[in-house]
Design a binder for this molecule. Structure first.
Ligand SMILES: O=CCCC(=O)O
Length: 499
């Protein structure tokens, strides 16, 4: 359907853009005919609309994916790899256009949108390689004349429930693994970021990926829970992958439990970032600057609680303040912007509540602390809070906002105890030049991913996933990610006349 909205940017290839859902090989409306608006978080203005699909629209999409699976499961892995590589090449060519779209959906600065695209392209490249490396096993049984072997087969139709903070990366991380395994997929992008997912569908079609293998069902905030529930409970959906909050992850798991569906959950972080007295402070600071302010703090692996040892606390806080004060907050497409808006107005409300709570309980606001209301859009000042303590809200819940919360600690044991004092366990970061201590931290910090003198550990080749209430299952990395979309079948063979 043509859109009546004015595009706030120019595309080199406007035919990439679609504003309808993609099921099978067709661009489709919701059965209800309803549509919802897509807003630019940097202006609060609508620039597109998409179909408001409901639970009623789920069966057509799942059936299209199921029909496609009957053929796709038998396609030679090399052919699947070639399609993924072709998709990679076409997405690379569309990089400039996709960057504009990501910036206008999420608010992130263009340079960060490019960074997300390069990260995303890594998934198509990586999973093309993984497709041909799916292997079973052969072994000799204890019983005589018997051999055991296992084969791996695609599990079936997968449903992906995707967040808005990295809309291209999160789609491609999930679908790359699914297609490498031989599964087909129905993607439900977030209400904030449907357009980039639809561009990926256009590119998948151009890459020759067969009809029904990649489907996109858009919907608004209100219809997200029932549509997602219908996907989780549809009998032909055999696998669900979700990235988002722990609260919603538990709901997804409970919907899937009824059908004993295989589930991957990438949930909340509340990640600690620990700086010891013997750290290279420049290194720690530089890593924190990127990790904390990336997408205005809206990443599940961002540093939520920053623990700094007493000997360097004041210096580190002063340096962080000095560097943070140089950030330029503005619309993501404006040249020179280094931090964009939050993606949703809900996030502003939460940030205000968290800063007020910390302030009332005795924290000092070293920088920022308020929404920026002088311009339209959902802007919040880069904020540094010092003197944080355990009873403050931020200690127990993710900010998902540009708030750096500093805690002073004395000993390694104290830092580890505080870092682990959370129900979550996605990522932890530690900065020290003491190798014995670093090894102890690797073993003692309760998280699925440990950054050691680095704040950047996300990559296609690196297994991504948490423990505790940060979820289960791995995305990306060798074998583990594709395994999430495979089932193992065991064969037992009797061989006469052998041993
Ligand atoms: O926010 C979740 C994903 C972040 C990442 O993949 O680095």
């Amino acid at each position: 359907m043509a859109t009546q909205y004015q595009l706030p940017f120019k595309l080199a290839d406007p035919t990439l853009l679609h504003f309808d859902s993609f099921v099978g090989d067709k661009w489709v409306q919701a059965k209800s005919g309803q549509r919802f608006e897509v807003l630019d978080p940097g202006t609060d203005k609508a620039w597109a609309s998409c179909p408001t699909n409901s639970a009623d629209d789920v069966p057509d999409a799942v059936e299209a994916a199921h029909e496609a699976f009957q053929h796709f499961r038998k396609v030679n892995p090399r052919q699947r790899a070639k399609w993924l590589l072709k998709w990679h090449d076409l997405t690379t060519q569309a990089r400039d256009d996709l960057a504009q779209i990501v910036t206008h959906e999420t608010g992130k600065p263009l340079a960060e949108a490019y960074g997300e695209l390069d990260y995303s392209l890594g998934f198509l490249w990586w999973f093309a390689g993984e497709a041909e490396r799916i292997q079973g096993t052969v072994s000799t049984a204890a019983a005589p004349n018997r051999r055991l072997f296992t084969i791996k087969q695609p599990i079936g139709v997968a449903a992906a429930l995707v967040p808005w903070n990295f809309p291209v990366a999160m789609v491609l991380r999930k679908v790359g693994a699914a297609l490498a395994a031989g599964c087909t997929m129905v993607v439900k992008p977030s209400p904030e970021t449907p357009i980039s997912a639809l561009v990926l569908a256009e590119l998948a079609q151009r890459a020759g990926i067969p009809t029904g293998v990649f489907n996109v069902l858009t919907t608004d905030l209100e219809n997200t829970p029932p549509l997602s529930e219908a996907l989780c409970k549809h009998p032909l959906v055999k696998k669900v992958t979700f990235t988002g909050s722990t609260r919603v992850g538990k709901l997804v798991a409970s919907h899937c439990a009824q059908g004993l569906k295989k589930v991957t959950l990438e949930l909340g972080g509340n990640c600690p970032f620990i700086v010891f007295d013997d750290a290279n402070l420049d290194q720690a600071l530089e890593q924190l600057m990127t990790l904390k302010w990336r997408h205005a703090g809206q990443a599940c692996i961002t540093a939520n609680r920053i623990y700094v040892q007493a000997g360097v606390y004041d210096r580190f806080a002063a340096l962080l303040k000095e560097r943070t004060a140089t950030l330029v907050v503005g619309h993501g497409s404006t040249a020179g912007t280094t931090m964009g808006p939050l993606t949703t107005p809900r996030s502003i409300d939460k940030a205000i509540a968290q800063v007020n709570d910390a302030r009332q309980r005795g924290a000092d606001v070293l920088l920022g602390g308020s929404p920026l209301t002088s311009q339209p859009g959902y802007f919040f000042e880069p904020t540094i809070l010092s003197g944080m303590t355990d009873e403050m809200q931020i200690s127990h819940e993710e900010s998902f906002a540009p708030i750096a919360a500093l805690y002073r600690f004395d000993t390694e044991d104290q830092a580890v105890q505080w870092a682990n004092a959370t129900s979550m366990g996605l990522a932890s970061y530690a900065f020290t030049k003491n190798i014995d201590r670093m090894w102890r931290l690797l073993e003692n910090l309760e998280a699925g991913m440990i950054g050691m003198n680095t704040g950047n550990q996300s990559a296609a080749e690196s297994p991504f996933g948490g423990i505790k209430e940060s979820g289960y299952g791995k995305e990306s990395g060798k074998d583990v990610a594709v395994n999430e979309y495979l089932v193992t079948k065991t064969g037992t063979l009797t061989i006469e006349g052998q041993y």
